[in-house]
Design a protein around this ligand. Structure first.
Ligand code: SAH
Ligand code: F3S
Length: 483
């Protein structure tokens, strides 16, 4: 696992498992908070909210240095076993810090907290607070409780564990999101009710609950006023969004997209993740009608074999996926597609795998997150017999990754001579005459321009391919500021 500094331009899919750290401010006189974020964009979003909450309630400022922190929070991921094990090895390191500084407060949140509950403190008794993805808004109270019982004798202390699912209450207690640069994530729903047979998410984050429409729109309008130009709508299955309207009706995901696109200032719209089952014709029509929607879609399919899809309880066939993508490419021929794949699902034969490989080639994915199946306790798939040797799974994964990597390279190469719409994000550190922006397909685009253009969209002709993720270009047109 790598440790990296959070930037709002991070466009990782839900499956990527890195460790990130929200941006920080450091002032020696202030109390300091260190947050380690593992897993998906939902967790990144939640970590920002934790920082905002403890900043507002207790005046904590973020630090990137755990050694100088007064509170250490770990926002965990349990999607695969490896990610879960990482939690306890990292906590072992934090224990040493607490030995040096007994006042240090340690909290564990996220999906491992949700799954393990008070087992966390059984295995790591130096952890002071355990909270789930749906109770992170109660962190300030938990911290007060922790401080209030510091003086109490050990037997009077209560364990601070709250991993309940108090519906959508979390959203009602959160301060305004922090704006960093021109991009922002907006969570529109929590949890998942799909219950794919391999996945822990419905158990750790609870069932799907959508945020009310007005809350989402007000948050985005506020962000736009502060200069945000690109919004990424977040949720496990955003296209299952069913937000309550002010009049008591229900707003669907395509309806939400149309409303967001009307908000002045929002020049670009992304979302992650969506489910093929609910990838409706109405959603495809949004791609036809709304220029703000990027020509880049992350639509996880998991396998290219109908037998495996059935065993995974994905509830659709390969043909359904192929048909939807064909319809989408009719309205957006330049659509870049990415997916998640699980390799070595219990019972996956050589034939099943060959189908997946062929499917990946046929669909021409730009990018994908692929992982070997990991058995998760409590999920139906964990009961299935799995006799595929580990080495076979590793070989299959390597093949998938090789095919997809080549496809990514081809996609970048194909940008040469094309015109890309770019959100200009900053001036290059290396050369003040160079600007850096992102294309719809997330590639970085560098070109000569004026620092005053930062925050605006431009049409750039691509003139040189530098690396897989970096291209050079020339300005063709600078759009007026959308605000
Ligand atoms: N909501 C998304 C998935 C969220 S989980 C969807 O519609 O599919 C993110 C990814 O983690 C999944 O797409 C899957 O590829 C991977 N994943 C989930 N459980 C896994 C497991 N038990 N083993 C390996 N990969 C898993
Ligand atoms: Fe997991 Fe399937 Fe939901 S992969 S997040 S149960 S759509």
């Amino acid at each position: 696992m790598t440790v990296q500094t959070f930037t709002p331009s991070a466009t990782k899919a839900a499956s990527e498992n890195t460790v990130t750290q929200p941006t920080h401010t450091t002032d020696v006189s202030m109390k300091k908070l260190y947050i380690e974020t593992q897993g998906c964009q939902m967790n990144e979003y939640d970590s920002h909210r934790m920082a905002d909450l403890l900043g507002d309630s207790h005046g904590y400022v973020l630090t990137t240095n755990p050694n100088e922190a007064d509170i250490l929070l770990m926002n965990t991921c349990s999607i695969r076993e490896k990610a879960q094990e990482k939690v306890f090895s990292e906590l072992g390191r934090w224990r040493k810090l607490k030995e040096q500084n007994p006042d240090l407060v340690i909290g564990v949140g996220g999906c491992v907290a949700s799954q393990e509950g008070d087992n966390i403190q059984k295995r790591a008794p130096y952890v002071d607070m355990v909270f789930g993805p749906q109770t992170l808004h109660r962190l300030p109270q938990m911290l007060d409780q922790h401080q209030a019982q510091l003086e109490k004798p050990k037997k009077e202390k209560i364990k601070l564990v709250d991993i309940s699912f108090p519906d959508i209450e979390k959203f009602d207690f959160l301060p305004e999101p922090r704006v960093e640069g021109f991009k922002a994530f907006v969570s529109i729903m929590e949890g998942c009710s799909k219950y794919c047979s391999f996945c822990v998410v419905p158990y750790t984050r609870g069932e799907e609950v959508s945020r009310p429409l007005d809350d989402v729109l007000a948050e985005i309008a506020g962000l736009a006023e502060k200069g945000v130009r690109e919004i990424s709508l977040l949720g496990q299955n955003v296209n299952g969004y069913r937000g309550e309207t002010f009049e008591g009706g229900i707003c669907t995901f395509p309806e939400l997209l149309r409303l967001v696109a009307e908000i002045p200032g929002i020049g670009r719209l992304r979302y992650t993740t969506s489910h093929p089952l609910e990838f409706s014709d109405e959603l495809i029509q949004c791609y036809r009608d709304l220029p703000q929607m990027v020509s880049h879609l992350h639509l996880p399919v998991q396998s290219g074999s109908n037998d495996v899809l059935q065993a995974m309880k994905r509830n659709h066939t390969i043909d359904v996926y192929i048909d939807k993508i064909a319809k989408l490419r009719k309205v957006r021929p330049d659509m870049h597609l990415s997916s998640d794949f699980i390799i070595g699902f219990p019972g996956e034969t050589d034939e099943h795998f060959a189908e997946t490989l062929q499917f990946i080639k046929d669909l021409d994915f730009d990018h994908s997150y692929s992982f070997i199946y990991s058995k998760r306790p409590g999920t139906p798939a964990s009961e299935l017999p799995d006799d595929t040797p580990e080495q076979v799974k590793k070989d299959r994964l390597a093949q998938v990754q090789q095919v997809i990597k080549q496809s990514s390279i081809d996609k970048t190469d194909a940008m040469l001579g094309k015109i890309e719409r770019v959100l200009i994000e900053k001036v290059s550190d290396k050369d003040p005459n160079l600007l850096i922006g992102t294309a719809d397909n997330t590639r970085l685009v560098t070109f000569i321009g004026d620092a005053a253009w930062v925050g605006r969209f431009a049409e750039i002709e691509i003139t040189e391919i530098k690396t897989l993720n970096l291209v050079y270009g020339e300005l063709l047109n600078l759009e007026p500021d959308v605000a």
